[in-house]
Unconditional design. Structure first.
Length: 222
């Protein structure tokens, strides 16, 4: 056998041996539960916290920081059997009677979990998303330049009162009985959910879209 052929055969043998040893090591580590997937898991934000809070029926949102156009934080309100608050060291809270006061100090999202909520007052300038809420009544009072988005909720009596430059969007998957909406100047109203009785009072809207089942339910619009 030529020297070159011997060298090639020897190199191939060493390569096969190394591949076999690597496979054995990987198999052994796998059996021990050692993999490289852990290093790719995202690290949890050190500011993140989720705490249990006292029971409440009404919510008042305040803020010590001005809203910025490039970072619009959202307060998410979700149905849950527990009363909990999820935040990033950007909120403080206290309870007075049956009213929960939350003050936001940094433009980051906040998630509030509650079995039922009846009233929301938002003067922060940040958006509100109400999802999967089941309540006999829900009244939302909003300051200026606030976006409110509601989906997949079941509410017998829904009321929204907002000042200027507000946006209200109610998706088709909501189940509502009576609706009362009052909006100030230059607002945007997107209403798609059906209802039994509705009263809309608006002042020079910038945008209006009432379609589908909501349009068929419309009885009064001022």
């Amino acid at each position: 056998m030529k020297t070159s052929n011997k060298l090639f055969s020897g190199f191939s043998g060493v390569l096969v041996l190394l591949m076999l040893l690597s496979a054995i090591i990987l198999k052994a580590n796998y059996n021990k539960g050692i993999t490289n997937t852990i290093s790719h898991q995202p690290k949890q934000d050190p500011d993140y916290a989720k705490v249990t809070i006292p029971a409440f029926k009404a919510l008042v949102l305040k803020s010590t920081v001005a809203k910025t156009d490039d970072r619009e934080a959202t307060v998410y309100i979700r149905e849950s059997p527990e009363y909990q608050l999820e935040f990033y060291k950007n909120a403080t809270y206290n309870l007075l009677g049956d009213t929960l006061y939350i003050e936001i100090s940094k433009p980051r999202d906040v998630v509030l979990f509650s079995p039922a909520i009846r009233y929301i007052d938002n003067r922060t300038g940040y958006a509100i998303t109400v999802s999967e809420v089941n309540s006999p009544s829900l009244r939302i009072n909003a300051g200026g330049q606030i976006r409110v988005y509601m989906h997949n909720s079941k509410i017998n009596s829904f009321s929204f009162t907002g000042k200027e430059n507000n946006t209200l969007e109610v998706t088709e998957d909501n189940v509502l009985d009576s609706v009362k909406v009052t909006m100030g100047k230059r607002g945007s109203l997107y209403f798609y959910a059906p209802y039994q009785a509705g009263d809309f009072s608006v002042d020079s809207l910038d945008n209006l879209n009432i379609t589908g089942k909501s349009l068929k339910s419309l009885k009064r619009f001022n």
